[in-house]
Design a protein around this ligand. Structure first.
Ligand code: T5A
Length: 205
């Protein structure tokens, strides 16, 4: 059986990932593709427990290394117990965030040395790379204003604007480093404008 494709969607808070995921799933289904939707941190029973620990405000202060290692612990469960089995069955997998988030948030945002992230990546992820990453790019002020209208913020969303600016810059730098895989999409305009760009890119797969 032909192995399915692994697509990830990434970007700063409020970039529109959840909004576009609904469209992507429907779009791929119309092409006869079976799609498994999942997310990081999370996607498995253990991963969701780690997610609660990472994002709950009641967790309080966490050392940046601990945060990074928990992201990768959840990712290991995710890859081994959900993503790879689905791909091997011929399903496609769409993940809301993946390793690029660790480079952007823990690398760019928290300022952790990229070589430490790369060490964990080579242990946990090895050479397993998404077939395509849709990077929704939006200025941080626009993204945060979309999120703020939603109400309470999680532990990471409580960070300052400067933090999210560094996250965004790290994402942009990665899209330049991996131009074949990471497709930078302008998500600052209407939902339909973003959707149009995404469908054109998906057609190339
Ligand atoms: N994290 C994760 C790390 O630090 N390291 C890691 O390795 C990983 C994997 C996870 C958090 O964990 C961190 C990053 C995150 O802080 P999450 O569940 O992915 O969090 O949640 P967020 O990124 O916080 O998701 P958001 O819901 O905030 O953002 P989305 O999904 O990008 O935005 P969405 O679609 O929910 O849209 C937000 C609002 O904007 C509107 C929508 O209707 C919605 O109301 N909207 C638009 N409005 C106008 N124009 C558009 N084009 C719009 N698109 C959406």
């Amino acid at each position: 059986m032909e192995r399915g494709k692994f697509i990830t969607i990434d970007g700063v808070e409020g970039a529109g990932k959840s909004t576009q995921i609904d469209f992507i799933c429907e779009y791929l289904k119309t092409k006869g593709i079976r799609i498994v939707l999942t997310r990081e941190p999370g996607g498995t029973e253990i991963g969701e427990k780690i997610r609660t620990l990472l994002l709950s405000n009641s967790t309080g202060q966490m050392h940046a290394d601990t945060e990074l290692m928990l992201m990768f612990a959840a990712r290991n469960e995710h890859i081994q117990n959900k993503i790879l089995p689905a791909l091997e069955q011929g399903d496609w997998v769409l993940s809301d965030r993946f390793t690029d988030s660790s480079y952007a948030y823990q690398g760019g945002g928290r300022g952790l040395d990229v070589s430490r992230i790369a060490q964990l990546e080579s242990w946990v992820v090895q050479d397993f790379t998404p077939d395509m990453t849709l990077l929704l790019d939006v200025p941080v002020e626009i993204g945060m204003s979309r999120v703020e209208s939603r109400g309470e913020k999680d532990r990471i969303e409580m960070e300052e604007m400067d933090f999210f600016d560094r996250v965004r810059q790290a994402y942009i730098a990665r899209s330049r480093e991996f131009p074949d895989r990471i497709k930078l999409i302008d998500s600052s305009q209407t939902i339909e404008h973003t959707t149009k760009q995404i469908s054109a890119i998906l057609d190339t797969l």
